[in-house]
Ligand binder design. Structure first.
Ligand code: ACM
Ligand code: ZN
Length: 522
């Protein structure tokens, strides 16, 4: 049988003969929503009509998202507890089909983690909705179930607001509300939850370029260019900031049908807050002893707006610093230097997602994060393997776009690396050589023909070619960042003395050090 990725976790039994899909495929849905067979129809070219070739059966005893798939010469039957289980069964069926013919088999399958995500940054550089859908389809084929859509940042506001149109007018490219609805429906048919990220209180230069009155100083700023951390952020001292955010979120949150919203909270420099009388007065009013706590308090206020809409917040781990962040937000852990706040949160049962930048950031080239390194990733606190911790929801691969302008480059960076993450999150790590063989076969299959994925000779680059790409990448990041943004970036990320060393040793090798130092003029 054709091997699929992620590997089946619960067993495959081969049967005799084949099943040929009819052009008009009769389906009996047993109360499952009709959209859960739509992607299968699109992928195989079948037209779904009423009938009994494909029969669905609700089995509440199966795990969430798990399924039993039975293919016989007479047809296909699927048992699942949820719509998503049906979708993953039919995703497997579509992957197994070659020219409309499937091998007879019985498959039992279910994922290890409930959160299997990919982040795409459409704010730093804008990518059209057609590309977003392509990434969603290709991720869904790997049974990834979260599309973390990074929609606003210093360099652009990409969500159409009818109430506050200056947001998108000041930034340029954006998704219309109709496009957002279309992307969300497309994702739902594929079992994918769209988690929009509306980053705050930092990474908001584009918002403040349109509405400067919500920063501490109220001074005019321009939409940012290039990468780095920018100093002007939202002012939590002024009530008007929250009135504005509530009106804005009341309009925007209903565009996204999923249960969760990412509120960012990363890299929020506090320089402006430290100079602001409103922020000082707020801290006295609510009894806070640090500016980091003020960020936690801010998160709590916005979390209340989300709750009104029935949504759960996800925040980057910096939000935990200062100790005032609500305990019911979920945390995405990307900066291992902040383990001191992350680990207690996770150990006390706070839900969290592993997205360590050293292992899971996919804007870094393959020379820095090769496929094998990603495949070897084990969620950890220091030396402690925490991959089986109850509070761990799963993992995410993150593609930031400060330095990515082309759709083709997005695809090369995501694919096939995201398949390594998908397998870790679904069936768990297997033998790497075996994985690579399956990956080569999977990516060259007809279902993936529209994707510009990286070919196997560059999955694990070696030698001088690796050094050339990695150093070239680092040099281009540094040359694109102005000195003041660089200073802000170092201050706001609070890297500490160990960070530089960790960065070098996580991404480079001992033989790289001398040439790397020379390249940086040291
Ligand atoms: C991040 O990379 N700033 C979450
Ligand atoms: Zn302020």
């Amino acid at each position: 049988m054709k091997h699929i990725i992620p590997a089946v976790s619960g067993g495959v039994r081969m049967g005799e003969g084949h099943c040929t899909l009819p052009h008009q495929l009769g389906a009996e849905l047993d109360g499952f929503a009709p959209w859960c067979v739509s992607a299968f129809a699109q992928r195989t070219g079948c037209e779904i009509i009423e009938g009994q070739f494909l029969t669905l059966e609700r089995d509440a005893a199966l795990p969430q998202e798990g399924y039993r798939l039975t293919v016989t010469q007479e047809g296909i039957s699927v048992a699942a507890a949820t719509e998503r289980g049906v979708i993953w069964a039919l995703t497997t069926a579509a992957e197994l089909a070659e020219d409309g013919v499937l091998p007879c088999c019985t498959i039992k399958d279910a994922p290890k983690y409930p959160h299997r995500g990919v982040l795409m940054d459409c704010a730093r550089h804008f990518f059209p909705a057609s590309e977003v859908k392509k990434v969603i389809e290709e991720s869904a084929l790997a049974k990834l179930n979260v599309f973390h859509w990074h929609l606003v940042d210093d360099q652009g506001w990409r969500i159409e607001s009818k109430k506050f149109p200056l947001l998108q007018e000041t930034s340029g490219d954006y998704y219309t509300q109709e496009e957002i609805a279309d992307v969300c429906a497309y994702a739902q048919e594929r079992g994918v939850e769209v988690v929009p990220e509306i980053d705050m209180p930092g990474h908001v230069t584009s918002l403040l370029a349109a509405y400067p009155q919500y920063s501490c100083s109220g001074k005019k700023v321009h939409v940012a260019k290039g990468g780095g951390i920018f100093p002007i952020i939202l002012c939590p001292g002024q009530d008007a900031t929250f009135t504005f955010l509530e009106e804005l979120l009341d309009e925007l949150l209903p565009l996204f049908p999923g249960p969760r919203v990412h509120l960012g909270g990363d890299e929020a420099p506090k320089n402006e807050w430290k100079k602001c009388p409103h922020c000082r007065a707020r801290m006295e009013q609510v009894g806070l002893d640090s500016y980091e706590a003020l960020q936690g308090w801010f998160t709590g206020k916005v979390n209340d707006i989300l709750k009104k809409h029935g949504k759960t917040a996800i925040c980057w781990n910096e939000s935990l610093r200062g100790g005032a962040c609500p305990k019911d937000v979920q945390i995405e852990y990307w900066t291992l230097q902040h383990r001191d706040t992350m680990q207690p949160f996770a150990e006390q049962g706070g839900k969290w997602i592993y997205a360590d930048m050293f292992e899971c950031y996919l804007d870094y080239p393959y020379s820095m994060t090769p496929v094998k390194k990603l495949y070897d990733t084990v969620p950890h606190f220091g030396d402690q393997d925490v991959s089986e911790m109850d509070s761990l929801l799963g993992m995410e691969g993150c593609l930031w776009s400060e330095h990515i302008t082309e759709c083709g480059r997005v695809e090369e960076l995501l694919f096939p690396r995201i398949y390594a993450l998908a397998e870790l999150c679904w069936s768990g790590k297997g033998d790497y050589e075996d994985f690579c063989q399956r990956l080569t076969a999977t990516m060259s299959g007809a279902n993936h023909s529209q994707i510009k994925y990286t070919l196997s000779d560059w999955w694990d680059p070696q030698g001088q070619e690796r050094q050339k790409e990695a150093f070239g990448y680092l040099a281009s990041i540094h040359s694109n960042m102005s000195d003041d943004v660089m200073e802000q970036t170092v201050e706001a990320t609070d890297p500490g003395p160990e960070f530089g060393k960790a960065f070098m040793t996580k991404f480079f090798q001992p033989e790289d050090m001398s040439i790397l130092m020379k390249g940086m003029g040291m």
